[in-house]
Design a protein around this ligand. Structure first.
Ligand code: GLY
Length: 359
């Protein structure tokens, strides 16, 4: 357990665990078709979005060594934040429309019911670590922009250029092809540049990593971190740093998080709703599926296809206090949407249940 967790946290964690165990509801057994497995309370489980296989493996190892589940989950997502080949998070994340990388992140610690977030943070590759310090070392929950950067620097974080050659090139390609009527031109000698039109469309993403962790004491925590919507308007903030939208933890019930179109999620407080639905007896998959239906119901016409299905991606992840877990996604495309799980059986990718099949 990290030294930052004070004795006060320890005591409230112990109380929370006892209360949580007492409040485990008899009616929350998994449905027969639920891909998750209910475990004896409490064996450790870590789940994450599909880009988080290395993250869940690392977090699970750390939990096994007695590290607090929040610190373990953050250490897991730091692998992805540091990875220059993941263009959706941290270093190498795709920039805003001005070519500047702006990162969002939130953390939530179940035993203390405390959270911290940063939004539109520039030049710092690990926004999840800064969010953790907002939680531990301020009386606030959310810091944004320049103030978040000054706070990070005050805590010794180094500023760096977060654009890699690849993410800069993807942005440049997008910028040069965005409009026929501006002064930006792709090179005449190489009309498609190194990256095809398809490449930058594929890179136009809301990609994110969400990671939820449960330890053997029954304590839950979570983290969500992202570079947000690629090529977004400067200052755009998505769901990831907003507690209740991109992440929510109730140590007596469970934890939930999301990846995908943040705007849809912000309008529906999805993570909070999923946890509340699990508290009322739904399985993790049922709660995620029901929340997707709510999002569809509230989606404006311009974002629906001719069959009334949203044209955007959105995936939810949920981990219940008894270790049952699940994920649901708006639409499965050619490639099945997966989520990452680490538990006593090892590390594996499991399918997210689609609301619609796009195949
Ligand atoms: N879910 C990430 C974002 O929309 O920024």
């Amino acid at each position: 357990m990290s030294q930052d967790w004070s004795r006060r946290h320890f005591i409230s964690a112990a109380i929370g665990t006892a209360a949580g165990a007492a409040m485990l509801r008899p009616g929350i057994a998994a449905e027969p078709d639920d891909p998750s497995t209910v475990r004896t309370p409490h064996s450790a489980v870590v789940i994450a979005s599909g880009n988080g296989l290395a993250a869940v493996r690392r977090a699970y190892e750390l939990i096994g060594q007695g590290v607090d589940p929040l610190d373990a989950a953050i250490a897991g997502v730091n692998i992805v934040e540091d990875d220059p080949n993941d263009n959706s998070v941290g270093y190498g994340g795709l920039p805003n429309e001005d070519g500047v990388v702006e990162l969002d992140a939130s953390v939530m610690h179940g035993p203390t019911h405390k959270a911290g977030s940063v939004a539109s943070l520039q030049k710092i590759r690990n926004p999840s670590k800064v969010a953790r310090l907002v939680m531990l070392r301020t009386d606030h929950e959310l810091l944004v922009g320049e103030g978040a950067l000054r706070f990070a620097k005050a805590h010794g974080f180094a500023e760096e250029n977060l654009l890699t050659d690849k993410s800069r090139q993807l942005w440049l390609d997008w910028r040069e092809r965005r409009s026929e009527v501006d002064a930006w031109l792709p090179p005449a000698s190489q009309p498609t540049t190194q990256h095809s039109r398809l490449d930058w469309r594929a890179a136009f993403t809301y990609g994110t990593i969400n990671c939820l962790a449960l330890n053997e004491r029954g304590d839950l925590s979570g983290v969500t971190t992202t570079s947000g919507l690629s090529f977004k308007l400067a200052g755009r903030v998505g769901d990831s740093p907003i507690i209740g939208a991109g992440l929510y933890v109730d140590n007596e019930i469970g934890a939930a998080g999301s990846t995908g179109r943040g705007e849809a999620n912000l309008l529906n407080c999805s993570s909070f709703s999923i946890v509340e639905m699990m508290g009322r007896g739904m399985t993790p998959v049922e709660a995620c599926m029901e929340q997707l239906r709510r999002v569809v119901k509230h989606t404006e016409r311009r974002l629906l296809d001719s069959a009334g299905r949203p044209t955007f991606g959105l995936t939810f992840y949920a981990l219940r206090k008894d270790g049952a877990h699940g994920s649901a996604t708006m639409t499965d495309g050619e490639k099945q949407v997966m989520y990452a799980v680490a538990d006593g059986a090892g590390t594996a990718a499991r399918p997210s249940r689609p609301l619609y099949s796009g195949k």
